[in-house]
Design a protein around this ligand. Sequence first.
Ligand SMILES: NC(=O)c1ccc[n+]([C@@H]2O[C@H](COP(=O)([O-])OP(=O)(O)OC[C@H]3O[C@@H](n4cnc5c(N)ncnc54)[C@H](OP(=O)(O)O)[C@@H]3O)[C@@H](O)[C@H]2O)c1
Length: 253
Amino acid sequence: MALTRIGLAGLAVMGQNLALNIAEKGFPISVYNRTTSKVDETVQRAKAEGNLPVYGFHDPASFVKSIQKPRVEASKIFQGDYYSTGSPVDKAQLVEDVRQALYASKICSYAQGMNIIKAKSAEKGWGLNLGELARIWKGGCIIRAIFLDRIKKAYDRNPGLASLLVDPEFAQEIMDRQAAWRRVVCLAINNGVSTPGMSASLAYFDSYRRDRLPANLVQAQRDYFGAHTYERVDMPGSFHTEWFKIARNISNN
Ligand SMILES: NC(=O)c1ccc[n+]([C@@H]2O[C@H](COP(=O)([O-])OP(=O)(O)OC[C@H]3O[C@@H](n4cnc5c(N)ncnc54)[C@H](OP(=O)(O)O)[C@@H]3O)[C@@H](O)[C@H]2O)c1
């Protein structure tokens, strides 16, 4: 089966090496860069490093065309209307909602990132100070966000913070924005527009903020297919249900 072509635009230090690395693993890749000599340079490097499957393009249109084939084919299969509420969209409101949704998603992704670092630090015994990390990043080459000041302050307020999400300031900001965030994600889902970042952040938030999650459904499924039993929240013990029989009774009645 032919592998899906990956696309990479921007062929400076990072881009060129990324492209060659991906191609070296056997994945065909299309590349494009504003200064087209870098496209040729990358293709030549690919050739010299063992005829790696790197395909160069000198204009954005042909570059995009070269990578969109599987999506174009899929779009022919999945045609038709999406579910839509049909109500007209207030564009000014939508723009503001997206702004708020983006901000809330950003808080969430920083919260996740910080907790990943915290977990690795605990595993490796690094003793990292998360507030200090935020301060140090501010001096780095890329992340200079004012946001990092606020993260540092959150950890100064409470060095043992379980998650940035529960810092009082960030929590309030999320609360103020969650309605807009939900509106944006719902609108996108209902119209078949993929918003992986915002949707994943919202799912993370909705998991994190719940004292109970729908894991009981998983327990029920395990009990159904393998009699693994389940626990209940209203009484101690292990339970098993003959789910088949219940289903049969329901369908018979
Ligand atoms: N270098 C690092 O240590 C590092 C670390 C983490 C993340 N990053 C991120 O990785 C990305 C690339 O880093 P880099 O250091 O290689 O960046 P860079 O030196 O700024 O190179 C960017 C490349 O993108 C090309 N480009 C810019 N706008 C374009 C457009 N509209 N169409 C096509 N090509 C375009 C540039 O073309 P021209 O050749 O025409 O200028 C250049 O070759 C950046 O987003 C950077 O923030 C870099």
